[in-house]
Design a protein around this ligand. Structure first.
Ligand SMILES: Cc1cc2nc3c(=O)[nH]c(=O)nc-3n(C[C@H](O)[C@H](O)[C@H](O)COP(=O)(O)OP(=O)(O)OC[C@H]3O[C@@H](n4cnc5c(N)ncnc54)[C@H](O)[C@@H]3O)c2cc1C
Ligand SMILES: Cc1cc2nc3c(=O)[nH]c(=O)nc-3n(C[C@H](O)[C@H](O)[C@H](O)COP(=O)(O)O)c2cc1C
Ligand code: SF4
Length: 668
């Protein structure tokens, strides 16, 4: 059978070694790196991906000195003891013919601790700690520490290292005038600012010899002011190549940049063009990165000559078998990363282990194990939202006989609504995956069937995943025809030009986006809206933002006095807030609702009475669990498990729903 992905799945000869395909698993700090005692779990995590066919993997960032830590006691590679402990990881990967690089990352002023050092003492806007400027001697020692970390990685059995030169960490802090005001040999001109990474690579190559991969993650778009020009980036790349780099990986945007680079609303493949620009300037292979999650897209980027390899970080967190599924023509079985960040990057910021919303086994390979069942049961799952879908396919995967009841004529529940929100279009892939897996695993799907206690009583056990319904707040006039629930709006009910959205949780934000913008925004429009441009025309690729005309006048209102959107994800909330602000949405907090009538929504904000003269009021005021089958089933003596929104009606919590479903499936 000829592959649909001839380039993606073709080997790449690096001279001293051959990569079995063009798929790179990008670096992700999962928190399993931080303690040596967790390395067997990290080994299992990488082993699954090596078994799944990934060509080359990169670990999360390891600091080359303790001052270079991302956070106190985070991962570092500084002693022979560390190196020897890593054998378990490299052996596990090699056993499955994979290859793995250790990422060396010095956080510089991004270190979240009081002992940070930087090229200068300029504080970053995203951490509370002011770094100390390194002395000339400290700079030299730090250069050596990078090379020493690489040497230790070699001792540990790694196939190479990735040197982290992007996202605003120490290396960028040397490269950019905005963070380097040194007057010694390491600053003062573009050439002197480049010296640090060039020396790092040169000394690393000297210590590790020729037969060891040095991948350098180069910042192609800094997306901050006073950053590198494209000429400087090209000059740097050429110097690094001469110093011994084997491959270039792409880095996009410093962490302090106010341009989204990895969230769902970033169009897939958004930055491949800039990797393509670099590819024309160097002779070593280059890797495209960020928001590439499907095999067709990866193949297209390679076929267009924009890159030699494709990095996927979160997509391979979501599905360890991504490569083998693509190779075998089982694309619809791929759990496609939807770039929600909810269980990966948001966890990192909460100091929790990274996993995946869609795949709770990820990062817990040795802990959440779904084995074939010894006692086949006849099970009913009620509700085909994320909780019921995950429960049904995982139970069937273990060998149980599963019937899945869904009252409506489509699967998806609330998640189906999410997929219609502009910027969340990819959520539809999740539903396609479940639709397909229902067939693959032989689940009996009964659409358009509202399950009753009588028919459910015949099953061995029942999983209730009946989800949530919108909560209707007690506001006089709430029954006025201009009032709609979020569900009615997203289902297509007519909405006027001026709208008040009651409730500024995740759904309130999403409904506002739904009312303001068209889905499937073209890449060019997205770039203009966020001020992303060709770095040849503006240093760092940062241009002035262009406003997009909003389709409606929207008021987003909440009772709470806290900032709107405060409870949205740490890594995604600011994107939603900025989008709505840029679209002219009026945000009101501390509102007391008085009534709704022909005039509009009457409220008081502080002591002041106001009328929002709107045509439509949309209720996004929370949800209630649907649990009407619990008692009738229990009265019949049926074993009932309640999961997902039916258990706890939390907003935007498919993560909890799917995790609970998968854990339940492992236990029945
Ligand atoms: C606009 C919007 C955006 C969202 N965005 C996100 C997001 O970005 N991230 C996130 O994590 N979450 C998001 N969510 C929330 C997420 O969709 C829910 O947390 C999730 O769907 C809850 O899953 P569930 O399976 O428990 O319930 P539901 O999705 O409510 O599904 C329950 C299903 O049960 C069916 N049912 C009920 N009673 C019966 C019965 N007696 N017989 C048969 N079927 C029955 C219903 O028809 C429904 O299909 C969003 C929700 C909305 C509305
Ligand atoms: C949980 C998490 C941790 C990450 N840690 C690192 C890291 O340690 N070093 C690094 O270079 N990039 C890190 N990244 C960024 C990824 O390498 C990658 O650039 C980003 O996720 C976008 O690519 P993707 O869409 O393929 O996931 C991390 C990303 C996530 C989600
Ligand atoms: S949690 Fe969301 S962003 Fe992270 S890997 Fe899973 S689907 Fe992708």
């Amino acid at each position: 059978m000829t592959s649909r992905y001839p380039t993606l799945l073709s080997p790449l000869d690096l001279g001293h070694t051959v990569l079995r395909n063009r798929v790179v698993m990008g670096s992700m700090h999962t928190k399993l790196e931080d303690r040596l005692s967790d390395l067997p779990k990290l080994a299992a995590y990488f082993a699954e991906r090596a078994r799944g066919g990934v060509g080359l993997m990169v670990t999360g960032g390891y600091a080359p000195t303790w001052r270079g830590w991302l956070a106190p006691f985070a991962s570092r590679m500084t002693t022979a003891r560390h190196a020897d402990a890593h054998r378990v990881v490299t052996d596990a990967v090699h056993e499955h013919d994979g290859k793995i690089l250790l990422q060396v990352l010095h956080a510089g002023r991004y270190g979240y601790h009081p002992f940070t050092q930087g090229a200068s003492n300029r504080k970053s806007p995203i951490t509370p700690f002011r770094p100390r400027a390194m002395s000339t001697r400290q700079v030299e020692r730090t250069v050596h520490s990078f090379a020493r970390a690489a040497q230790l990685a070699q001792r540990a059995g790694y196939d190479g290292v990735e040197i982290m030169g992007s996202e605003g960490y120490l290396i960028n802090q040397f490269l950019a005038a905005r963070t380097n005001d040194r007057t010694d040999a390491w600053g003062g001109s573009a050439a002197k600012r480049m010296r640090f990474p060039i020396e790092v690579v040169r000394r690393t190559r000297d210590l590790v010899g020729d037969d060891f991969i040095i991948q350098y993650r180069i910042s192609l778009l800094d997306l901050v002011d006073n950053a590198q020009s494209w000429e400087e980036t090209v000059e740097l790349a050429r110097e690094l190549q001469d110093a011994g780099v084997s491959l270039f990986n792409t880095g996009i945007g410093w962490h302090e940049a106010r341009v989204p680079t990895i969230v769902t609303s970033v169009p897939p493949g958004a930055f491949a063009w800039v990797t393509g620009k670099l590819r024309k300037e160097v002779t070593v292979p280059v890797v495209a990165s960020n928001r590439i999650n499907r095999p067709e897209a990866a193949e297209q980027i390679l076929a267009a000559g924009e890159a030699d390899l494709i990095s996927m970080a979160r997509p391979l967190l979501a599905d360890a078998e991504w490569v083998v599924k693509a190779a075998e023509g089982r694309e619809r079985e791929i759990i496609t990363c939807i770039a929600c960040n909810q269980a990966c990057l948001d966890h990192t910021f909460q100091n929790k282990r990274a996993t995946c919303l869609l795949n709770p086994r990820s990062g817990r390979e040795t802990e959440l194990v779904l084995l074939p069942t010894r006692t086949v049961k006849n099970l009913a799952v009620v509700g085909a939202g994320p909780a019921g879908l995950a429960a049904a396919i995982e139970l069937a995967g273990r060998g149980h006989r599963v019937s899945l009841f869904e009252a409506s004529d489509e699967i998806g529940g609330q998640f189906k609504l999410a997929a219609r929100v502009p910027g969340k279009e990819e959520f539809a892939r999740t539903l396609d995956y479940y639709r397909h897996m229902i067939d693959v695993r032989g689940v009996t799907l009964r659409l358009g069937t509202r399950a009753t206690a009588e028919e459910l009583a015949g099953f061995d056990e029942v999983v209730l995943a009946t989800g949530v319904r919108p909560r209707i707040p007690e506001i006089p006039g709430v029954e006025h025809p201009k009032v709609l629930t979020y569900q009615q709006v997203i289902d297509g009910a007519p909405v006027g030009d001026r709208v008040a959205v009651i409730g500024a949780g995740g759904i309130g934000f999403d409904v506002s986006e739904f009312l303001l913008h068209e889905p499937h925004e073209p890449l060019d429009d997205w770039m203009r809206r966020w001020g992303v441009t060709d770095p040849e025309t503006a240093p760092g690729g940062l241009a002035t933002k262009v406003k997009v005309a909003a389709r409606r006048e929207v008021y987003l209102v909440q009772r709470k006095t806290t900032a709107l959107g405060k409870d949205l994800g740490k890594t995604t909330g600011w994107v939603h807030r900025t989008t709505l602000k840029d679209s002219g949405v009026t945000m009101l907090r501390g509102a007391e609702y008085q009534r709704i009538d022909d005039e509009g929504l009457h409220l008081t904000v502080g002591e002041k009475a106001r009328v929002l003269a709107v045509d439509t009021v949309v209720l996004c005021a929370g949800q209630l669990s649907v649990r009407d089958l619990v008692t009738p089933l229990q009265e019949r003596g049926v074993t009932v498990h309640v999961i997902g929104g039916a258990d706890v009606a939390a907003e935007l919590d498919a993560k909890r729903a799917i995790k609970q479903a998968t854990e339940l499936a492992a236990s029945i």
